[in-house]
Design a protein around this ligand. Structure first.
Ligand SMILES: NC(=O)c1ccc[n+]([C@@H]2O[C@H](COP(=O)([O-])OP(=O)(O)OC[C@H]3O[C@@H](n4cnc5c(N)ncnc54)[C@H](OP(=O)(O)O)[C@@H]3O)[C@@H](O)[C@H]2O)c1
Length: 330
């Protein structure tokens, strides 16, 4: 049996094209002890692969000459003594090739309820799990939330939206064509859709989310993230998941790069002290004993007389103050 493999030939600049890849005939791998041989039934193509090619993905780098990586649904054709039957379906990161070997202990059987088995690579696989995590572990979704999701017709986005619908939320999807928007509304049951290629995004968000966005699941980053962030409701939650707007470019847009937040699994929260005024006594009971026992240090930048206030303010705003700026008035 001849194997077919797809390797990276060159690193793309901008959008990848077919010239960046080469399809070659190779020998079919022979399973070593403890390995099984599988025929690839389905190969998942995912945006993260572009990050691997750029060397910017947490899962590692693909260089020219390397076999492209990717998750597959494979059919076992040689169990090689392992506890599998010929024809069993499994998932494994077998790469872009027709046949692959895999350690028997590392493959995962495809859940027999999944039909077609390709679902194990999409809405019922890694992308679906991504959506589930965003909704149930990071989202703190409430029935009253207005949920906005970008790249909404994809595996991740469509699952975010539909799980939010199941929770009773109002769900709006952003997508890049009327066909996608039609599917989101008519088939998936989203309450509203925005075609960001034909509509002015900010206006459309105002129309679909008149009370602001309570939960935004971001698959895109860039200008779209920036625009949505300006219409967050008080108490909004934003899950940064993907960066479609910047995978194909080496020029990272100015401002905080969502990639840093995603990689660190960081939580970014807005703070307005007004919301905590009822905690003042709790704070003082905590902090005054620390001050009294010299465990808290402080400096004050004290100016004498109200007439010094303009100058002190100018110093403060120029970073020339050191410590809390105070005017000793009388
Ligand atoms: N953080 C994680 O662990 C994790 C895991 C899985 C996936 N993800 C991310 O989740 C996102 C969605 O993944 P998916 O597999 O479900 O993909 P997908 O939504 O099927 O495909 C990507 C979609 O992104 C949209 N898009 C928006 N701006 C784009 C741009 N500038 N260039 C190209 N496409 C653009 C396109 O749809 P429109 O036409 O609607 O714009 C495109 O169809 C990706 O960003 C992916 O990297 C993250």
């Amino acid at each position: 049996m001849s194997n077919t493999q797809v390797k990276l030939k060159s690193k793309p600049e901008g959008n990848p094209n077919t010239d960046n890849f080469e399809v070659i005939a190779a020998n079919t791998p022979v399973p070593a002890d403890g390995e099984i041989l599988c025929k690839t039934l389905y190969l998942s193509l995912d945006p993260y692969m572009r990050g691997q090619i750029s060397g910017r993905h947490i899962s590692g780098t693909i260089n020219p000459g390397d076999l492209m990586r990717g998750e597959c649904v494979g059919e076992v054709i040689d169990p090689n003594g392992a506890d599998f039957k010929i024809g069993d379906k499994i998932t494994f990161h077998g790469g872009w090739q027709k046949y692959f070997t895999a350690p028997a202990s590392d493959v995962k059987p495809v859940d027999s309820r999944l039909e077609p088995a390709s679902l194990a690579l999409g809405i019922m696989g890694m992308p679906g799990l991504t959506a589930y995590a965003g909704v149930f572990y990071l989202g703190e979704l409430k029935e009253t939330d207005t949920v906005l999701v970008s790249a909404a017709s994809g595996a991740v986005g469509s699952m975010v939206g539909q799980m939010a619908l199941n929770l009773g939320c109002r769900v709006i999807g952003i997508a890049g064509s009327d066909e996608k928007c039609g599917w989101l509304h008519d088939t998936a049951g989203f309450h509203g859709t925005i075609n960001y290629k034909t509509e002015e995004l900010a206006d459309a968000i105002r129309r679909e989310c008149p009370n602001g966005v309570d939960y935004y699941f971001d698959n895109v980053g860039g200008d779209m993230l920036d625009t949505v962030m300006q219409q967050l409701a008080i108490g909004a939650r934003v899950v940064l998941c993907g960066l479609m707007a910047q995978y194909n470019t080496d020029v990272i847009p100015p401002g905080p790069n969502p990639a840093t937040i995603i990689k660190a699994r960081a939580t970014v929260r807005g703070l307005v002290v007004y919301d905590f005024f009822d905690k003042i006594q709790e704070f003082l009971d905590y902090a005054i004993p620390l001050l009294d026992s010299d465990k808290i240090k402080y400096t004050e930048d004290v100016s004498d007389g109200l007439d010094q206030a303009p100058e002190a303010f100018a110093r403060l705003m120029n970073g020339k103050n050191f410590g809390k700026t105070i005017i000793k008035v009388s």
